[in-house]
Every structure is written in C-alpha cells, then in structure tokens.
Design a binder for this molecule. Structure first.
Ligand code: CP3
Length: 352
C-alpha cells in the first residue's frame, strides 16, 4: 500500500518530489528533552533498545515534534555483537564498552553462528510495533553497522582515536580480519533481512569508520563487505532501497555508488554538487549539512541549507540530512528552523 508521505521512497528512486525529503541521523537522541526524560528512567541504554514498546515510543518522539519524512528504528549498531554473546554497556562520557573485546585469532575462530531472528527477535518486534504505530503515514528506515565499523568496536573494545588494535590486526593478519568481516557480513545480512521482513521500507548501512582506512584497504575491508550484504539482500528483497553511508568516504564515492545501493550518504566534507556530477543520476544522495551549523542562529542555518539545495539544484534524488548524527547539545528549535528552510527553499527551486 502506498504511504501517505512517499517523498523518501520517491527520492530514493530519483523521481521528482514536491519538497526535498528530510530526516536526521540520531533524530531520536539526547538533544530532545522528551528522550532524556525516558532515558532518565533507565540505568542502561541497552534496556531501552531491548524493549520493543520503549524502542517504538522513542522512535516516534521526533515525529511528534517535527514534520520529518521518515522514521528510523531506535536501536544501535552494536546490538548485533550482543547477540554473539559479547557483553556491552554504555558509559556516559565514554560511550560503548565491550568487557571482553576480541583479542586473538582464536577469539575470531570461536565465534559461533546464530540466528538474528531468534536472538534479536525484540528488534523485529520493535519494527512491527513502529510499522503499526506509523499507520502507513511514513516510511521506516531499518539499519545496521557496516562489518568494518562493528569490527572496530569489537576489537578496540569501545570508541578509539588511533584504531591501533583493529588496524594492527588488519596489517598483521589480514586473513583473520577477513574471517571476522565475512562472519559479520553474513549475520548482518540476516539481521537486515529480519528488519525488512518485519516491515522496514528502507535499510541503511552505517560505516562510521571506513574513512580511517587507506583507499585500497577501504575497498578491500569495508566496501567489499557492504557489497556482499547488498548483493545478498538483492537476491531476496530485490527492491528494498539501501542507503550506504561511509563517514569520510569522499575519496571513494564512485566505487560506493557502484555497489548497487540506491543512495549514498555524504558527510559534510564532501561537496554534494560534485558528488552528484560524478555519479549516475540513478543514484540518490543523502546529506550533508555540517551538524555544527545547528549551533548557529536562524540566518546562518537558513543560508547553509539554501547553499546545499542550490548546489544540488535541478537534479532529482536528494534526501536532506546532516552529515553525521545530531549533537546532544543542539537546541531543538534550531532543528525546526532547518526543516522549515528545507521546505521553503526546495519548493521554491522546484517552481523556478
Ligand atoms: O538515528 C537514530 O535516531 C536511530 C538510533 C541510532 C542510535 N545509534 C541510538 C543511540 C543509530 C542509527 C545509531 C547508530 C550508531 N551507533 C553508530 C553509527 C552512526 C554514527 O553515529 O556514527 C555508531 C558508531 C554507534 C555506536 C554508539 N552508540 C556510540 C559510539 C555511542 C556513544 C556515543 C554517543 O553518540 O552517544 C552510542 C550510544 C547511542 N546510540 C545513543 C543513542 C540515542 C546515546 C545513548 C544514551 O542515551 O545514553
């Protein structure tokens, strides 16, 4: 059945829309007081992700406040390793922490197969709840981390500055690295398939750390495994739109656009106009306002939004977003200014 608001799916097919669709990475996060109110009732972030009713309630929060064009499942890319038996918690100020990271080749060899549909059935249930709550109004974006990005956390044990352990392993023992990535790609595919079966309209791969690799290593250790996931999804769910986002992936945009994904997510360091010229006009682009623009006042926010829309002018297939997740200390009213500016300027440029 056709969605009441079909802008995102139309833009993903590079068809004309009345107004550029917009959603925001981390739209249901800590910048929202209503999120913080729910968060304060839970000592553990994971407890919220594991409860399908709460995950659904949080997913809906930004949609009650703003006129956005998509919902994104409230969850985290590190839910997948918890299903492998890896113990994870989040510490304020530090972020995610795995108590026993992967330290040896033996640890990689010992990883055993599991069925995401069983171990992570609460995510499938959350997707079903959200789909029913959305009541055909808006599309839902499901997601997973890229194998490379999830592997960085599993090996570093948390967030990292130098990525010495994971890049050390890549250079010392590339076969072991490939074995881990292969394992992650296989289970990520099943995990995304479960979200699609539960009703997700679009899926997105978050490759936050692909950009720390040399160009050839990015192709071999990050993009190749996202490619495997897309190929495998295409065999089953041939039409499901896929958005691929590599932060700092600007040097490999052509290769990314050739994976068979429908849209390429851009961080703010890429020029969206040049990216559009580089790629086939069948590939949509998502992005790419610098999240720090939202610290400024309305005039600057409006100018920066207009600049991105102007640079893209004349081509179909743009999904407006930030170039990375929204910062927790952004003033929620500034988000409204951004959304209003997207509506205003994108409909003006369409009427020219
Ligand atoms: O976009 C959305 O609103 C959907 C929910 C979502 C979260 N994380 C919720 C979250 C999504 C899509 C993610 C993806 C994610 N998680 C990524 C890829 C995108 C990116 O931001 O680069 C990564 C690398 C993670 C891992 C992760 N989760 C980190 C490093 C942290 C701590 C740092 C931080 O930004 O808070 C998290 C925690 C997290 N994930 C929070 C939320 C709302 C905050 C946790 C809290 O409320 O205590």
């Amino acid at each position: 059945m056709k969605l009441q608001n079909n802008r995102l799916l139309e833009a993903l097919s590079c068809r004309a829309v009345d107004s550029t669709p917009i959603w925001i990475m981390r739209q249901a996060g800590r910048y929202l007081p209503e999120y913080r109110a729910i968060r304060s009732k839970y000592s553990k972030f994971l407890d919220m992700c594991q409860n399908p009713d709460i995950a659904c309630e949080i997913t809906m929060l930004p949609l009650k406040r703003y006129d956005l064009d998509a919902a994104i499942l409230f969850s985290d890319i590190l839910i997948l390793p918890t299903a492998m038996g890896m113990d994870l918690h989040f510490e304020s100020g530090l972020g995610p922490i795995f108590s026993k990271p992967i330290e040896s080749v033996k640890d990689i060899e010992n990883l055993s197969d599991f069925e995401p549909a069983e171990k992570l059935s609460y995510v499938g249930k959350a997707v079903e709840n959200i789909i029913s709550e959305l009541n055909n109004k808006l599309p839902l974006i499901g997601f997973a981390g890229s194998p490379w990005t999830v592997a960085t956390y599993m090996i570093e044990g948390g967030s990292s500055k130098q990525f010495s352990k994971v890049k050390g392993l890549l250079y010392k023992n590339p076969q072991a690295m490939h074995q881990l990535l292969e394992y992650l790609a296989k289970h990520t595919t099943k995990y995304l398939q479960m979200q699609i079966d539960a009703g997700a309209h679009v899926v997105m791969l978050f490759d936050t750390w692909g950009g720390i690799l040399t160009d050839p290593n990015y192709l071999e250790f990050s993009l190749a495994y996202m490619q495997k996931i897309i190929d495998a999804l295409r065999q089953k769910a041939s039409k499901i739109p896929v958005i691929l986002f590599t932060k700092n992936g600007g040097r490999s945009l052509l290769e990314i656009s050739n994976t068979g994904c429908n849209a390429v997510g851009l961080d703010w360091t890429a020029d969206i106009g040049s990216a559009a010229k580089l790629m086939s006009d069948k590939i949509a682009l998502q992005g790419n306002l610098d999240p720090c623009v939202l610290y400024a006042g309305p005039t600057t926010i409006r100018e920066e939004v207009k600049w991105i829309l102007d640079v893209f002018h004349g081509r179909n297939g743009h999904i407006f977003n930030l170039g990375h997740g929204i910062h927790p200390d952004i003033e929620p009213d500034n988000v409204q200014v951004m959304i209003d500016a997207v509506r205003e300027y994108s409909s003006i440029s369409r009427n020219l």
